[in-house]
Design a protein. Structure first.
Length: 123
């Protein structure tokens, strides 16, 4: 029959927990990134939408306006809700927002009445 010395086992565990909890040295944080990885030309405000679309494997990603707002952390400008061209015109000097999906190699097709936008991966 296996006998365990519970007080000494418990004492060792609690001692290790105590040492871990009250340690003096800070935890080391390491972030591994590729140094040659280029940043996409996306404005910082629209970077969360870019990152979300870039990491989706699906050919088609459909997001509601509410989901887009949640990703961005702010409400897009009013033309996004009323003008389909806000989503479909190519990247230019006035519309830096479109860089979020063009840099992720996707097109945007809004359905304003349904309050959704379909992002299709380019071939």
């Amino acid at each position: 029959m296996l006998q365990m010395n519970l007080p000494s086992t418990f004492g060792r565990v609690t001692s290790r927990l105590h040492d871990w909890w009250y340690r003096k040295e800070p935890l080391v944080s390491v972030r591994v990134t590729s140094p040659d990885e280029a940043k996409p030309p996306v404005p910082a405000a629209y970077m969360p939408l870019y990152a979300y679309l870039e990491r989706r494997y699906a050919t088609r990603v459909v997001l509601t306006f509410e989901q887009i707002e949640a990703l961005l952390g702010f409400t897009p400008p009013s033309p996004a809700f009323a003008d389909a061209e806000w989503w479909t015109r190519s990247q230019g000097t006035k519309n830096h927002h479109s860089a979020a999906w063009t840099a992720a190699r996707r097109t945007a097709t809004p359905q304003l009445s349904a309050r959704i936008v379909a992002f299709e991966r380019l071939p």
